[in-house]
Design a protein around this ligand. Structure first.
Ligand code: UD1
Length: 434
């Protein structure tokens, strides 16, 4: 069934999630590595690529730019990027995904120029790209924004010393991509330390780049003139894993998440334990279970290794189930509280003041018609529906498929009562193999 077609999800609350769930490859790592494929001159094989709509969109963009893509399986793809035909990806695809901004970095590395529409993606409030442009300018790029297009040109990319004013995943990725092909050394300071940055660095090094320090505050890149090919396996999705961890805790269930890197989930593990949820950590799996009541807690989002902003809406759902007062502080994005209105429709008592939300927990949620305002808000409302009494109907559910592979099948196999409503089109034929 084509994942793009799901529009509404209906669910009945009350079931505890139980069983084992296989975590898919990381969305955000895949969305950084796929543009990096454009730097390669030889065949690239990627494994554990999540089959989600954001990735399908990125694959279509890469194909449109002239790369040949062959699918070896649902999650394994081969790329032949030696002959590209352009540096201007199509507007209709680019505006669908935030991560299309990474095409700026990769096309600059490949062609010394890029014309990319100002990117779209999740509406989490203002999402400036000043740090990306400041970095490109330091590498010698001429940056011009006109008619909704970002036009970048450089006679030559030259290594530079760049200090980011804010810790930004996107700016770090973009500058790693461009600097990989710049002449001389680039030093990036105050960079993002997310595991997806480390995965990108590993991929870049595999195709011949020289990137050191990923995972720390400073990344040093010695530019090279030509890149080869490589085979690379994308890391497990810590945000998907965290979603299931929080869902297990919220439903009072018992879930074993397989193929994870527990180190990437330490902030979530610590928060759950604080709330009296049991968490058992193995070498590559995590078990989360709960039978007693939840303790209220305060939750603050921060760049990695802090509690991820992408799990904040889900954390908030969990806190509605804890008797007492909890405080959520969103430090990464302004305006990432759009799920609050929807949770209030389900009976949650939440007061928002600026970047802070105060939750008066312990009031059972009741099923209601709600809307997935963005990807992670959608996931949070799914979990809210699973603990609410009665039926919840989630509209704009297509957002969820941007970041969760097989979500319907996974949740059903764990005991959730969930039904997805699709548009009238037939299955299969509409599937975009990208
Ligand atoms: C990425 C992730 C997203 C995650 C976010 C934070 C992808 C595809 N998306 O988004 O899932 O929620 O990191 O972990 O990987 N900022 C500026 N100027 C800039 C760039 C960013 O002020 O030039 C600010 C943003 O407004 C925001 C903060 O920096 O307040 C962090 O944003 P950033 O890390 O760049 O997020 P994204 O890369 O867009």
């Amino acid at each position: 069934m084509g994942v793009d077609e799901v529009q509404r999800i209906a669910l009945y609350g009350g079931n505890r999630l139980r069983g084992r769930v296989r975590i898919s490859g990381s969305k955000n790592a895949a969305l950084a590595i796929l543009p990096a494929v454009l730097l390669a001159s030889k065949k690239v094989s990627l494994n554990n690529v999540p089959d989600i709509t954001d990735v399908r969109t990125m694959l279509r963009i890469i194909e449109d730019l002239g790369a040949t893509i062959r699918r070896r399986g649902r999650n394994s793809l081969d790329f032949y990027p030696s002959r590209l035909r352009g540096y201007a990806p199509p507007y209709d695809l680019v505006q669908k995904i935030r991560a299309s901004s990474y095409l700026m970095g990769s096309l600059l590395a490949r062609f010394g120029r890029a014309t990319v529409p100002v990117p779209g993606g999740c509406d989490l409030g203002p999402r400036p790209i000043d740090q990306h442009l400041k970095g490109f300018t330091a590498l010698g790029v001429d940056c011009l924004i006109e008619h909704g297009l970002i036009k970048l040109t450089a006679d030559k990319l030259s290594g530079a010393h760049i200090y980011f004013d804010v810790v930004s995943v996107g700016a770090t990725v973009n500058l790693m991509l461009a600097a990989a092909a710049a002449e001389g050394r680039t030093v990036l300071e105050n960079v993002a330390k997310e595991p997806e940055i480390v995965d990108l660095a590993n991929f870049l090094n595999a195709i011949g780049a020289v990137v050191k320090g990923a995972g720390t505050d400073v990344i040093k890149i010695d530019g090279v003139e030509e890149f080869g090919g490589a085979e690379h396996t994308i890391i497990p999705d810590r945000i998907e894993a965290g979603t299931f961890m929080l869902a297990a805790a919220a439903t009072g269930g018992d879930l074993l998440m397989g193929e994870v890197i527990p180190k990437h989930l330490e902030a979530v593990t610590a928060k759950l334990r604080e709330m009296d949820v049991k968490v058992e950590v193995g070498p590559d799996q995590i078990r989360v279970f709960r039978s007693g009541p939840l303790a209220p807690s305060d939750l603050k989002t921060f760049p990695y290794p802090g509690f991820p902003t992408d799990l904040q809406p889900l954390g908030m759902v969990l806190l509605t189930a804890a008797e007492g007062t909890s405080v959520v502080t969103e430090n990464v994005f302004d305006g990432r509280f759009r799920h609050v209105d929807e949770l209030e429709k389900m009976g949650a008592r939440i007061k928002v003041e600026g970047r802070t939300a105060v939750i008066d927990g312990g009031v059972p949620l009741s099923g209601a018609p709600v809307s997935a305002t963005d990807l992670r808000a959608g996931a949070a409302l799914l979990v809210a529906g699973m603990i609410a009494e009665g039926e919840t109907v989630l509209s704009e559910a297509e957002h969820i498929y941007r970041g969760y592979e097989n979500i319907e099948e996974k949740l059903k196999s764990l005991g959730a009562q969930i039904r997805c409503h699709r548009a009238g089109r037939s299955s299969g034929a509409a599937d975009d193999q990208g």
